[in-house]
Design a binder for this molecule. Structure first.
Ligand code: IMP
Ligand code: MG
Length: 175
C-alpha cells in the first residue's frame, strides 16, 4: 500500500461502526422497503459495506452532484450531474454520503429530493465535520464526528486519488 498520511480511522474501526449503523438502520426501517441513494463518487465504498449490514428489503440508486464554485457557495447551489434512475415518490429514502462538511450539498439534496414526495427522507453520513457547518442541516445517522482536517481514503479523495485506501487518513501538510 502506498503511503498517504496518518491513519485516523482504521479498517477495523470502520467495519465495527458500519455494523452498528446497519443494525440501527435495519431496526428503524423494519417492515419497510428502503431506497438507498449513494452520492457519487465518495460514498461508494461506504454504501457497499453498509448494504451488507442491512437485513431489510432495500434498493440502490445513485446521484452525482457538482461541487459549488466560490460564487454559489453562500447560496448552496449544487448542479446535478447524474440524477436518480428511478422515481422516489412514496418511497422511504436514505441518502448515503461520505462526509458532511459545510452542509450545503446535503441541504440542497434534501430540498430537491423532498420535492419529489418520498414517504420519508433521511441522511446517513460516514463522517461529519460539525465545526465546518455554514448551514444547519439534519443528519440522522453519523458514523464518526471528526475535527476540521482534510481526510482521504475509503472513498474520499484528494484530486481524485486515495479513494482506494481501506482506512481514513489525514493528508494535510503532507501532500
Ligand atoms: P459540503 O461542504 O458539506 O457540501 O461537502 C461537500 C463535499 O466536499 C463532500 O461530499 C466531499 O466530497 C467533500 N469534502 C469535504 N471535506 C472533505 C475531506 O476532508 N476530504 C475529502 N472530501 C471532502
Ligand atoms: Mg461527496
Amino acid at each position: 500500500m502506498f503511503k498517504a498520511g496518518k491513519i485516523l480511522i482504521d479498517r477495523q474501526q470502520l467495519a465495527a461502526r458500519i455494523a452498528e449503523l446497519g443494525e440501527e438502520i435495519s431496526r428503524d426501517y423494519a417492515g419497510k422497503q428502503l431506497t438507498t441513494v449513494g452520492i457519487l463518487r465518495g460514498a461508494v465504498l461506504f454504501l457497499a459495506d453498509l448494504l451488507r449490514e442491512l437485513n431489510i428489503s432495500v434498493t440502490v440508486d445513485f446521484m452525482a452532484v457538482s461541487s459549488y464554485g466560490a460564487a454559489t457557495k453562500s447560496s448552496g447551489v449544487v448542479r446535478i450531474l447524474k440524477d436518480l434512475d428511478d422515481p422516489i415518490t412514496g418511497r422511504h429514502v436514505l441518502v448515503v454520503e461520505d462526509i458532511v462538511d459545510t452542509g450545503l450539498t446535503i441541504d440542497y439534496l434534501r430540498r430537491i429530493l423532498s420535492d419529489r414526495s418520498p414517504a420519508s427522507l433521511k441522511v446517513c453520513t460516514l463522517l461529519n465535520k460539525q465545526s465546518r457547518r455554514v448551514i444547519d442541516v439534519d443528519v440522522e445517522y453519523i458514523g464518526f464526528d471528526i475535527e476540521d482536517r482534510f481526510v482521504v481514503g475509503y472513498g474520499l479523495d484528494f484530486q481524485q486519488l486515495y479513494r482506494n485506501l481501506p482506512h481514513i487518513a489525514y493528508i494535510d501538510g503532507e501532500v
